[in-house]
Design a protein around this ligand. Structure first.
Ligand code: FMN
Length: 135
């Protein structure tokens, strides 16, 4: 699959661990998730939710760091703190920044996610900058 691509689904409750880690995620309910197995990785993303576009960072993966790994398509929406279970969203995957990794501790995962956030905010600020050359 070439970038950018989009995946749509209804938001379901994850393990709620993301909230504790400081990065709550919207997890998609995907009846046939296996067709996305080849797309694993961490991405700069935008999200369409109730016809509004948000920015965020997405993970497609098996989450090998967790005690109970499970395959998920999920997104942490930047500057957003609402309960949106049951809502349909579309995640637009714009740029892939790294492979999913197995960390020795959740602390190490959080440190990496902090770095991901800095990197992805920078990428999105360039990608989404209004084009000043067209008049
Ligand atoms: C940007 C981003 C990067 C992630 N990178 C990894 C990773 O490299 N390895 C991993 O095991 N899990 C990774 N995760 C998944 C987190 O472990 C997961 O979001 C967290 O456990 C919360 O899951 P929950 O919503 O089911 O509670 C990442 C998640 C996001 C949003």
């Amino acid at each position: 699959m070439t970038l950018p691509f989009s995946i749509s689904g209804i938001i379901v409750k994850g393990d709620q661990l993301g909230r504790k880690l400081g990065y709550p995620t919207a997890n998609l309910d995907l009846p046939d998730a296996s067709k996305f197995h080849g797309l694993t990785g961490v991405y700069a993303a935008t999200v369409t939710l109730e016809e509004v576009l948000y920015t965020g960072m997405a993970n497609i993966g098996f989450r090998p760091t967790l005690i109970h790994p499970s395959f998920t398509v999920e997104v942490n929406i930047f500057d957003f703190d609402r309960d949106i279970y049951g809502t349909p969203i579309t995640i637009h995957f714009l740029e892939r920044i790294r492979d999913e990794m197995r960390f020795n501790s959740l602390d190490d995962l959080v440190k990496q996610m902090e770095q991901d956030e800095r990197e992805i905010r920078k990428i999105l600020s360039v990608l989404l900058k209004p084009d000043t050359n067209t008049q």
